[in-house]
Each structure stands twice: as C-alpha cells, then as structure tokens.
Design a protein around this ligand. Structure first.
Ligand code: UTP
Length: 295
C-alpha cells in the first residue's frame, strides 16, 4: 500500500461568510491567536507525516504563498537585531524548499473542482485533503487519525463528528454501515439532508484520505448542491468500488469559516496557550466575564 505523502489544501473559496474581513484578506490568512488559520492545517498535515503541501489557490490569494516563503527583508533585519527566537519560530513553520506547491483554480466552481485542479501534482497515489477553515485542535490530529486508519484498511476515509440532528441540513452526512475497530463503514453520503431524512448524525468535518481514482469521478462530476461541483458527490461514487470508512475525530473542532466559530477558536486556543492564557484569563477576570462593549 502506498503511504500518504501529499496533502491538498483547497483555499480558492471566496469566504463570503466573513465579509467584509475577507474582501482583501484571504480567509485562510486571518489570525487565530498569532498565526494564520492555514498554518494550523499545514502543521496538522506535517504531524501526520505529509511532506508535500499542495495549495489550490485563486486570484487574490498571494499572501498564502508569501507566508510559506522566506521573507528576506524581515529575516535579515531580525538577524541583524539578534532576534534569534523570532527567527527560529519563522523557520519552524516554513515548509522546506520545494515542499509547497501552488496551483490555481481559475473559477470557484466548487470544492470538488478545486481538488480536481491538483490531479497532475497528486498523480497516482493516495492523498489527504484538509479544509483549513475547519480548525481541529487536538493530539493526535485528525489527519494523523485518518492516516493511521488508512494503514489498516486502505481505501477512502473521512473524519466525522457527531452533531445534533437538527443541524444535519448544513453538512455532508454519512449513511453508516457496521462499526469495527473504531471505524464505521460508509454506505452512502448525503449532502445537507433535512433532519428527518438524515441517515445518521455523522457529519463530514473537512478531512479526507482519498484514492487517486477520485480524479476520474471528479472529471465528469455534474454540479450538485449550490450548483457547485461537490467533492461529496464524487466520493459517493467510489462507495462499493473501494473500501470507504468514517473515522471519528477526537480533537475539538471550530468552524472558522463562520464568525462565531472564528471568535470561539481564538478564545479557546488563547486559553490553551501557556504563554498567553494567564494574561487572557486576567483580562477576562478583570472584566468579570462581562465583555459587553458599547457599539
Ligand atoms: P466553503 O463552503 O467554506 O466556501 O468552502 P468559501 O467560499 O470558502 O466560504 P463561504 O461559504 O463563501 O463563506 C469549503 C472549502 O473549499 C474551498 C474553500 O476555500 C474552503 O477551504 N473551495 C470552495 C475552493 O477551493 N474552491 C471552490 O470553488 C469552493
């Protein structure tokens, strides 16, 4: 079985839910505490053994490419000022030379189309997909959990999270089969079912391990929900053809593509950081947990 070495990060979406912040700043570059959202996904992939990072970007997303490059002037200035801790921190988060690859999705035709845009770089091997606006915080990371499951079963795998039944209409939902060794067989995938019609409450959280055969399915995939080419629809066509399993996420998930999820992630991750938590807690305490501001 081929190991998972490559990860695709679809980052060509318009981020309309967080406008106007995303009018000129990429959603993926908005900071969670002190690093851009995209950095958390890259770190999660690296912790899972990924060594090739493929970003499917679009126009106006240049800052993502710059973030993963050397910043010559900044680093030269830091060197001259003897700021070695800051220099080390920048070096630690940077992919190695040639490890980050950027390809453009020319039109935002949907997540499935974005993944298809990476086909020539992925080639004939299984690969991971991470949607960076879903921040999953925990150890092991969600991608590491998928890669470990792939080592056992091969085939296609999706991370899932149990959600309240009334929320199924907003997400891709698994039609589950048998559960064995902590994994559930996937019998079907339904995009945004009404609560009464949802086959389960297992929601897809934006982490996938896919076989390269997905590209042939995406090639002729017709537009689905929202008139977009949906990854879920193409994945559903591999069920019954290849093994397909759902793996529960053990980390804490934040939907940073929504304003409330983005704010909650900032607070939660700030409180989880030993270098920031004491000051943050003191501020919250000082405010008596009353954070009302006049607007
Ligand atoms: P979303 O559904 O969150 O869409 O895409 P979006 O455009 O990013 O944000 P909203 O809904 O308008 O606020 C899920 C993931 O798929 C990527 C996005 O960048 C995000 O990571 N995507 C979506 C693409 O790369 N291309 C597309 O055509 C659509």
């Amino acid at each position: 079985m081929k190991p998972i070495r490559k990860a695709v990060f679809p980052v060509a979406g318009l981020g309309t839910r967080i406008l106007p912040a995303t009018k000129t700043i990429e959603k993926e570059m908005l900071p969670i505490v002190d690093r851009p959202l995209i950095q958390y996904a890259v770190d999660e992939a690296r912790a899972a053994g990924i060594d090739t990072f493929i970003f499917v970007t679009g126009r106006g997303k240049e800052a993502i490419e710059d973030h993963f490059d050397v910043s010559y002037e900044l680093e030269d200035t830091l060197t001259r000022r003897g700021k070695t801790a800051e220099l080390d921190a920048l070096a630690a988060i940077r992919p190695g030379a040639g490890d980050a690859i950027f390809v453009r999705q020319q039109r935002p035709l949907g997540l499935g189309h974005a993944v298809w845009c990476a086909r020539r770089i992925v080639g004939d091997e299984p690969f991971a997909v991470l949607l960076p606006d879903e921040l999953i915080f925990g150890s092991p990371g969600a991608t590491e959990e998928l890669v470990a499951a792939h080592d056992r079963t091969g085939g296609n795998l999706v991370s899932v999270l149990d959600i309240p039944r009334e929320a199924t209409g907003a997400y891709g939902i698994v039609d589950p089969g048998e559960t064995k060794h902590g994994m559930t067989e996937v019998r079907g995938l339904v995009e945004k079912p009404r609560p009464a019609e949802a086959p389960s409450t297992m929601m897809l959280v934006g982490r996938y391990v896919l076989q390269p055969e997905i590209f042939a399915k995406l090639e002729d995939q017709k537009p689905g929900a929202g008139n977009e080419i949906q990854l879920t629809d193409a994945m559903a066509r591999l069920i019954g053809v290849q093994p397909f399993h759902a793996v529960p996420v053990t980390g804490r998930r934040f939907d940073c593509g929504s304003k409330a999820g983005f704010l909650a992630a900032n607070l939660a991750l700030g409180l989880a950081r030993p270098d920031i938590a004491p000051a943050l807690k003191a501020l919250l305490h000082e405010a008596g947990l009353d954070l009302t501001v006049r607007t």
